[in-house]
Design a protein around this ligand. Structure first.
Ligand code: KG4
Ligand code: ZN
Length: 337
């Protein structure tokens, strides 16, 4: 007898330096629940100051079987219980993407079940479906190490890019500020931790693009300002607190203004930076209904891809063929970006 009553969707993400495998149960009433979420975060890149694409691909190959086994164990199911497979096809590092994509396609073909090639950012957005049924219309802010994108989602599967960063992604800025202040890696959690002991008013950063009519973001100027403050002797804790305060302010103010202008009441905030406590508190204090992914679903993982796959199944979207490859650059919005 099967250990569950609905459909079991497998999700795989190997877009960058995390090998993620997740299992999500899609119940007959359309509700979803995360049954497993296992991530192997690669450490081989630590000495290089950035992700080495070829090392990432190799490590995914070496780890994916074990991560898959762990996920099946966590959910208490067998491979034959899986009813559909979703895997990230882009954007990301092509060699890395190919590992999870081919693994997923192979499984789907072997089991004779549907396969869904999934967009990484759609995965980040659907990570929030662990907390809510996620009914459009809503705005979605994806803030990670590679993206700072604000989408309007007027209906399921339709994404309109409202604004994005002109330069660095928010997470990238957290990582760079952490490095220059000697706070360690990964930068986001390190800055957040140090900020607890610092004064957010110590370094007078200006909110980037203040007064703009649009909804763009910019973080490279802040990074330079942080470097200058560091050279002028700012304490690492004060630098962390002040940088975090202004980065959060910029993300919150711009998103809230966009929501007001577009008449949206619900905002999804997802991606690695959405794990930031100060950001969560600041968004929670706005007039919007803000939905964050649950624990372990903010940074890259497989369960978010399974959640996006479950949403595609629920919406009656056709499964994908097995011929399409991985794409390094793949805009989510039909209009721009
Ligand atoms: O979504 P993610 O795992 O990978 C990408 O697709 O980029 O995001 C990783 C990013 C890193 O830049 C990391 O520093 C940032 O998310 N991050 C945080 C926090 N946790 C992770 N930034 C701020 N505060 C955090 N608590
Ligand atoms: Zn990501």
């Amino acid at each position: 007898m099967s250990a569950f009553s609905g459909q079991l969707v497998l999700g795989i993400d190997t877009s960058c330096d995390d090998t993620g495998v997740g299992l999500v149960e899609l119940a007959a009433d359309g509700s979803v629940s995360v049954r497993a979420n296992r991530v192997w975060s690669q450490t081989v890149h630590a000495n290089y100051g950035g992700v080495m694409p070829e090392l990432a691909s190799r490590e995914h190959v070496e780890r994916i079987d074990a991560v898959m086994d762990d996920a099946l164990k966590e959910a208490g199911v067998r491979v034959s219980d899986i009813s559909a497979v979703a895997a990230t096809s882009g954007p990301g590092l092509v060699g890395a993407l190919l590992v999870g994509l081919m693994y997923g396609k192979g499984l789907a073909q072997g089991l004779g079940i549907p396969f869904y090639a999934t967009h990484h950012l759609e995965g980040h957005i659907y990570a929030a479906a662990s907390e809510s049924s996620l009914q459009p219309p809503y705005l979605a802010l994806v803030v990670s190490g590679g993206h700072t994108h604000l989408f309007d989602v007027p209906q399921t599967g339709e994404y309109v890019l409202v604004g994005a960063t002109r330069d660095d992604a928010a997470g990238e800025a957290f990582d760079k500020v952490a490095r220059l202040a000697g706070l360690g890696y990964p930068g986001g959690p390190a800055v957040s931790e140090a900020a607890k002991r610092g004064d957010p008013k110590a370094v007078p950063f200006k909110v980037p693009l203040a007064g703009q009519k649009g909804y763009e973001f910019s973080f490279s100027g802040l990074k330079t300002a942080a470097l200058l403050a560091h050279r002028a002797g700012a304490k690492p804790e004060d630098l962390a607190a002040s940088f975090q305060a202004v980065a959060v302010k910029s993300l919150v103010q711009t998103s809230v203004r966009a929501a007001r202008d577009l008449g949206r009441r619900t905002l999804v905030v997802s991606g690695g930076v959405a794990a930031n406590t100060a950001l969560r508190e600041s968004f929670a204090a706005t007039e919007l209904n803000v939905i964050f992914p649950g624990k372990g679903l903010n940074t890259d993982n497989g369960a978010m891809i399974a959640l996006a796959g479950a949403a595609a199944i629920r919406a009656g979207r056709a499964a994908h063929g097995l011929e399409d490859g991985a794409t390094a650059y793949a805009p989510l919005a039909n209009s721009a970006g």
